[in-house]
Design a protein around this ligand. Sequence first.
Ligand SMILES: NC(=O)c1ccc[n+]([C@@H]2O[C@H](COP(=O)([O-])OP(=O)(O)OC[C@H]3O[C@@H](n4cnc5c(N)ncnc54)[C@H](O)[C@@H]3O)[C@@H](O)[C@H]2O)c1
Length: 314
Amino acid sequence: MSIPFISDRQVAELLDFRTVAAALGEAFSSLASGGAAVHRRQRTDCRDLRLSTMGAVWAERGVAGVKVYPTVRGQFSFSILLFDLETNRPLAVLDGNEITRLRTAAITVLVASKAGPVRPRKLAVFGAGLQGRAQAEALSDWFDFEEIALVDPAGDRAWAQALTNKSGCSAAFTTPQAAVTGADIVVTATRSVTPVFDGAWLKDDAFVAAMGTSSPKGRELDDSTMDRASRIILEWQPQSLAEAGEVVLWEGRTSRSPFVDLPQLFAGDAPWRTAGPAITVFKSVGLGLADVVVAQLAVSRNMERDAVLERALP
Ligand SMILES: NC(=O)c1ccc[n+]([C@@H]2O[C@H](COP(=O)([O-])OP(=O)(O)OC[C@H]3O[C@@H](n4cnc5c(N)ncnc54)[C@H](O)[C@@H]3O)[C@@H](O)[C@H]2O)c1
């Protein structure tokens, strides 16, 4: 029997940011209660080439899987293999590029909606590449912004205009300082390995999501941002503390450790919001559980669609 294949194009037809954010919430709740488990990313380097794998078991849903991707000339190519744990057979092979795009933007929506400002008015996004555009689109779909400030020296003006038309609020490219000043939510999704703005510019109650590099040698946020944060939310400390350059390179780390991770928050061991105005940082490096969850969602949506089509046949 051949293993079903689901392409990036099919994933895009089957899923949207909101559905993915809801599924991620369920999966992190499972991780918090022991119904899911995840392993740290494995990386193998040879010359200037790299292979990375990240995986998880979601026992509560009877699936396990792994995302695997080479890095060639700085570019990724993601594939996911999902297993059915009842039959102990492969369930599907999926392209992983669209899943990665959706789940990375959806996790920002999920965390920002629970830990960020209640009524954010201004969004700032650094990086308008694949991930940055997805971040801006997902957040503007969820929140009712008045302004979206974009920063990217290579930014596409036509895309910013399309975002303005779709979101109903003004989206325009500007300077780093103008973008961060007054922003309620600041997202960084660049390939930069050096800080992209000065943390002194942040509002006292800003929510900052750093979604870029997962290398301990690079960071998008500076020490000022980290020093000013009343807390720093991570996906899962065993991986994040090793991979996140924002944490590893932060000088203040030795004197303060305001870290909390998503399993703790979903378990109710810490509140999502702190009392009074405070800067919250969410640093994401990507977690295999998110890929497995979204792959499972795509497979079940695909099966539902096939069943509907089959019933419609004469
Ligand atoms: N957290 C996660 O789970 C996750 C998942 C996938 C990708 N990523 C990371 O997201 C980052 C972006 O990936 P991508 O595929 O969108 O890359 P991309 O190359 O498509 O886009 C990056 C954009 O950042 C811009 N940029 C570079 N330096 C900048 C700066 N200082 N200020 C503003 N913009 C700047 C570039 O001009 C480019 O348009 C990468 O570091 C990647 O590793 C994270």
